[in-house]
Design a binder for this molecule. Structure first.
Ligand SMILES: [Zn+2]
Length: 77
């Protein structure tokens, strides 16, 4: 919902206001799953301090990165 739409909804008569409130919150569904927070090797949540960055993905350690590489190679076969 843009700022203009919010202003319109607030200025609109009561009936239209009720329909606007019935809509599901778009912003909440949007914000999810944008950032990678889990390690691709062990699927645990990565702490900022221990993350290991490789090829655009995050892992919690070099071991997990190697684990993920080996796993993905096996899947390709
Ligand atoms: Zn890991």
């Amino acid at each position: 919902m843009t700022l203009d739409e919010i202003k319109q909804a607030q200025a609109a008569p009561t009936q239209e206001k009720a329909t606007a409130q019935a809509k599901p919150p778009v912003e909440q569904t949007k914000a999810k799953a944008e950032k990678q927070t889990n390690c691709l090797g062990c699927n645990k949540t990565i702490m900022k301090l221990q993350r290991y960055y490789r090829d655009g993905k995050f892992y919690c350690s070099k071991t997990c990165w190697r684990k993920y590489i080996t796993k993905s190679k096996e899947e390709k076969k």
